[in-house]
Design a protein around this ligand. Sequence first.
Ligand SMILES: [Zn+2]
Length: 652
Amino acid sequence: MSVATLLANVMAFGLPIWLLAEEVAMRRRRILHSRRLAVFLALIITALLGAPAVEAGASTSVRVCDDVRGKSDGARIARFFAKGDVMPISSYDDDPFVADATIDCMDPSRFSLGAGGLPVLVGDYVKIQDEAVIYRANRATGVFEPFAWNPWPPPTSNADGNFEFLQEERFPLFLVERDAGGKIVLRDGLQVWTPVDLHRGMTTVFEAANSVRDASESWAGRVVPWGQNGQLEVNAHAFIDFNAFYSPAARQLFFAVLPYRLAGEPIRILEVGTGWEMAAHEAGHAIHHTLKPNGDPGDEGFRTWGESYADQTAMWASLRDPDRARSLLTATNGDLTASNKLSRLGEVFGVLVGDGVPLRDAVNDKKVSDTDDEVHDRSAVLTGAVYRLFVSIVAQGHGNPMRALAEAGEILGVFLTHATDYTPENRMTLEDVGKAYLKVDKEHYDGAYHAILVDELTARELFGADSVRQWLAHEASLPNLRLKDRASFKDVNDLVQDNLDRLGITPGFGLALQSVTRDERFKQTIVRVQLTEGSGRGALPLDNHGILVFRANGRLADYHKPIPDATPPDAGGLISLARRLALDRHGVPLSIVRKPDGRLTVEARVIRGTGINSWMEAFTLDNPRGERREVITPRIPSARGGSRRIDAAIEP
Ligand SMILES: [Zn+2]
């Protein structure tokens, strides 16, 4: 294999560099003996760093370190660390009930130095930031209230300046301070838990979040500026529960801790963040929200897709870890059709419930008709469908099974992230997401996966008899627009303003340019627009958004209007009515939405609260005084029917 071919493969698949090393090793190319291989890898890395969105942040040492740690080469990792090339970090690869933590290697630039001169789990992309207290939800109001003093240490390294915490307990005890009478000590009304020296929850979350960001940027071919100014803040010990969530209002992650007791054992404490898949799932929500910034966090379709999106993020991102990929192949003998540790999410849940059944499993035959519309339950239908696509792509791979696995994971990651380019902006159904998968396939894989996608989506009732015809009709209806080469923001805006009628915008309405995003992977240009009442200078923005995608050659590849059927004739009348009801007096733009019965209405949606406590207040024509909508979807559905309650949970 020539260098050019290898490079072409890297560019085509965006494959992790360790895989390239694996490929080279497999072919036993004597020309590239070790020293030249290192130089060669460094050259490729340099080339990739030139396009940081494609393979961000991977130094040669980190990749080589990743590649050797499967062989427990502690001495070699120590050498890399001593030279300042890598930062070793204890992290679970799954959750503590599946396997003990391992040592991962991270890029040292992902950390910063704390006040004491030692590295801390704070970097440009992820920041571990606990509060002094741990909250508990008030049963009556649902509001999180301070409950105990946080006994976990700050996110600082060990005395050696790295994050190896080899001696820590895998299943630590839950300890509280008690008075002479045996009652839990309260200080300022909050419980005092005995300080613990446990780091593996925060290190696992930190590693998972950084991995998810790297994977997502590589798949999406663009920088994903999540959180605040590109930095995602994480409270690793936020509240008491078996749970975790991403708050789209705060743009932060919150992980719970859970005191629990298994039969015949003392009370132990579980840090939910020690579950790598759970941490990656929550980071996946943050990516989804960033790639689909106008998604209505109160919309059931967006939230249901979000759960599948987050589960898939955890699966496909985990395959970029060579240790994990290897152990998966070993454990399954290469047969991924049966339930396995990749497909199973949240094994810990089965332990705590006592039935051994994981929270969710991507190996499933679920259909719309045999699932609840609860967002996690329904999301498993889409996850199950795309997992089948994944298995078929792995099966089509030839030669090195590691390579087949990694390539399939990368392709599914491309489907995952790029589906955000081809769905309506504000609200969408899983059928819309299915159509977006057909579109990703058409644009980026020459329709290679069309048949299996249609079969799966139809069998699972995400597609109806008419779905493919509708998608083809949508494709045929796209206006013939062309963006000029190296178009500036103004060029894009001119094109939009000159073609409002062809974009389905009726007189009385306009479009304001919201953002122009370049995709470095496929050289596409993604344009987001906001609907306005009136156009030009006095235009009033509405909370309705459209998306246009242009191919590398400038031709329009896709367009989703701000309102599915364009601006309907009665929209102006509804907006006037909304004004008479003062819905426009809440400091946010009005939004035109379609009700479940198909009729249009107008509402104003305001995000309320801060941090861990946030929700949406919606002012509607039917309820102009406002109603509460939840925007935070806890990772665990509330105990529906009580069939799978966690009996092991202890009330502290
Ligand atoms: Zn979730």
